[in-house]
Design a binder for this molecule. Structure first.
Ligand SMILES: Cc1cc2nc3c(=O)[nH]c(=O)nc-3n(C[C@H](O)[C@H](O)[C@H](O)COP(=O)(O)OP(=O)(O)OC[C@H]3O[C@@H](n4cnc5c(N)ncnc54)[C@H](O)[C@@H]3O)c2cc1C
Ligand code: SF4
Length: 328
């Protein structure tokens, strides 16, 4: 059952920020928030809905030639938008693989980036480390779907969003409004590791709101993609996945950003894969070396070593697709 709370629907971003005092929480589509409230993970005194803020909805071109996506734009709108599909196919592919059609119609990009993790102990009645307790129950319990990188032997959640890894690979940033000053944060620096704090998922302060996601212009040579592997064909979170953004000159990789999902508490940039392919021709040898490199420094637990093979297979297949696309 939902606990009691008051509800307001501001008409301006300033009103919304001003209302975010003490025990208030931002509500976008509510598709994650209401579940968290039912589960007792978030217990706000006041809900500040962004629903009436039409200025935070929609996708437009920036003067520089990139795109800006309002934080209240739905995941469905992003998945279907012709500009997103032509300029940033990796983001469109990520959006299409979020949850189910109903959730994509309801969920927004701001909420997708800020959603809470899915660890079953955290969502259940366990007072674990991330809820302010002393123990991680997943460490010696059920951790089949948990992290193999970046857990710092503290908390083993995997970052749940399918739009964040492509956004990191595309060098996107978010615009944030707060009571004092506005700030711009690269999506690559939005999420935090357990070693920073296991009690939060982002660097946002409680009284801050993401207003826009801004994507830089892309060159014709940029190839972006997102691949997600899940346990079932219906809606499910990523067991493993990879967002690629490669600057190519023929079959030569000039630059690369490779970001893994289902891997770590944050979208996990694989510098090992990037180093292997940057400045090299994308041929069978390079691809094999990149696939071997992806799990360098991985720290799987007893029940999730299978993820290392998944990541190797994903990197091999996704890089091979780029070479075969070029030959078409
Ligand atoms: C059954 C199920 C399956 C799912 N599967 C997937 C999946 O496969 N892949 C995937 O990526 N996601 C998945 N999700 C998550 C889903 O995509 C999110 O629930 C949704 O994107 C959240 O968007 P929302 O607008 O409803 O956010 P809300 O539920 O309203 O908010 C989520 C959180 O973000 C905060 N927030 C929202 N907007 C802002 C903002 N502008 N600024 C600051 N903070 C903000 C809220 O305070 C809250 O803590 C699934 C969810 C469910 C329930
Ligand atoms: S993995 Fe994190 S969220 Fe899950 S039980 Fe451990 S501390 Fe809690």
């Amino acid at each position: 059952m939902l606990p009691n709370f008051s509800y307001i629907q501001p008409r301006t971003v300033k009103e919304a920020v001003d209302a975010l005092t003490d025990d208030a929480v931002v509500c976008a589509g509510g598709s994650d928030l209401l579940g968290c409230m039912r589960e007792g993970i978030i217990t706000p005194a006041r809900m500040v809905s962004l629903e009436a803020l039409d200025q935070l909805k929609g996708i437009t071109k920036t003067p520089e030639g990139g795109l800006t996506i309002g934080a209240m734009t739905t995941i469905s709108d992003i998945a279907q938008n012709p500009l997103v599909n032509s300029m940033y196919p990796g983001l469109a592919q990520g959006a299409r693989q979020v949850a189910s059609p109903q959730l994509r119609n309801q969920g927004t990009i701001g909420g997708n980036l800020c959603q809470k993790p899915r660890c079953w102990y955290y969502r259940g009645e366990f007072d674990c480390l991330r809820k302010g307790g002393k123990l991680c129950y997943a460490r010696h319990g059920q951790h089949q779907f948990h992290a193999i990188f970046g857990h710092d032997n503290l908390c083993y959640i995997t970052h749940p969003s399918d739009t964040a890894p492509p956004l990191v690979s595309l060098n996107a940033r978010v615009l944030v409004k707060g009571p004092e000053k506005n700030r711009t944060i690269p999506v690559a620096q939005l999420h935090v590791l357990p070693s920073f704090t296991p009690l939060a998922e982002t660097v946002l302060k409680p009284e801050e709101i993401i207003t826009q996601v801004v994507l830089p212009p892309v060159s014709e040579n940029l190839k972006s993609s997102y691949r997600k592997v899940r346990a079932r064909r219906a809606w499910d979170f990523a067991l493993a996945g990879a967002a690629l953004a490669l600057e190519m000159d023929g079959d030569m990789v000039l630059d690369a950003r490779v970001v893994l999902s289902g891997a770590a508490p944050i979208p996990w940039r694989s510098s090992a894969v990037e180093k292997t392919i940057i400045g090299s021709q994308l041929n069978r040898q390079t691809i094999a070396a990149a696939a071997a490199a992806v799990t360098k420094n991985a720290e799987p637990l007893e029940k999730n070593t299978y993820k290392t093979y998944l990541f190797q297979g994903i990197i091999e297949e996704e890089l091979a697709k780029i070479t075969s696309r070029d030959q078409e």
